[in-house]
Design a protein around this ligand. Sequence first.
Ligand SMILES: [Zn+2]
Ligand SMILES: [Zn+2]
Length: 121
Amino acid sequence: MYQGSCLCGAVVYQLHGEPRRVSHCHCRMCQKQHGAAFATYLSLPAAELHYTQGADAISRYQSSANVTRGFCRHCGSTLEWRASNEPNGYVALTVATLDTPIQFAQIPHICTESKSSWCPC
Ligand SMILES: [Zn+2]
Ligand SMILES: [Zn+2]
């Protein structure tokens, strides 16, 4: 089981399953929301994500018609990405907020057409 939390510690979550997918996303929305060159998300079925603390501290911004991005309203940590039309009912979580060590064999880079000129990768 994996556990993660936001910067201020108000939100704590557990993943009751292995990540099914992971990616470094270079889209403009991820760049803007994260204030970074790219965002790294893992995804798994939403039923395997459990907020054990601070679920009510999560604010959700609707970044496009079917997508909401959840973040801690106290500290601003980006936490989740959900698409209402996601066919498998998956939710994406920010890998950087995990507190449990995790390893991935390979992480694909996606949306690289908007990769920033100053990206280190
Ligand atoms: Zn927080
Ligand atoms: Zn993105």
